[in-house]
Design a protein around this ligand. Structure first.
Ligand SMILES: Nc1ncnc2c1ncn2[C@@H]1O[C@H](COP(=O)(O)OP(=O)(O)OP(=O)(O)O)[C@@H](O)[C@H]1O
Ligand SMILES: [Mg+2]
Length: 151
């Protein structure tokens, strides 16, 4: 299916850019008039994916994070967060709730679970030493649905 609108951003792997990425995505999807809850879910999922690239992907290095957001017909949205950091050895294990490689114990290992609960699908591809790509999709409620709910 062909996207009807697309945006791509590339930024440095600095923690300060996590908030920027979240706001940029929310701004882009505002054209779809999402509900407050949908926008909040999207912001949170993006925040988790971008934070992972910054703190895990580039744990031992610095690099670029690439964020792509797409809108398809039928109110389907897609968000892709990509880094060229250290990659993930075992994706299945990494996506298990509470699994974390954070040695200081500051993280809870729930980032992927949060992404999965807020988006319809979350797909992760990764290659050790090459980087990680997280692709998330969700179908937003239709405007007609909302109007019916308000009646
Ligand atoms: N982009 C990435 N690059 C390399 N490793 C990653 C990446 N994203 C996730 N991981 C690995 O997957 C694990 C699980 O990620 P997840 O987001 O679920 O938990 P966390 O980041 O450890 O903790 P939390 O998100 O709750 O703060 C991470 O601890 C890390 O080992
Ligand atoms: Mg995380």
């Amino acid at each position: 299916m062909k996207a009807t609108n697309t945006m791509t951003l590339t930024f440095d792997s600095l923690p300060v850019n996590e908030g920027f990425a979240r706001s940029a995505v929310a701004g882009f999807f505002a054209q779809l008039d999402p509900t407050v809850e949908e926008l909040c879910d999207i912001r949170t999922a993006v925040s988790e994916a971008v934070t992972n690239s910054i703190v895990h992907g580039y744990r031992y290095s610095q690099g670029k994070v690439r964020l792509t957001a797409r809108i398809y017909d039928g109110r389907k949205i897609q968000i892709i967060v990509r880094d060229t950091g250290c990659g993930i050895e075992n994706i299945e294990q990494a996506m298990e709730p509470l699994y974390t490689t954070d040695p200081e114990g500051e993280r809870s290992g729930l980032g992927f679970s949060v992404m999965q609960s807020f988006m319809d699908t979350v797909r992760v591809t990764s290659a050790p030493g090459k980087g990680t790509t997280v692709t998330m999709q969700r179908v937003l409620s239709s405007l007609a649905d909302e109007e019916t709910q308000q009646e």
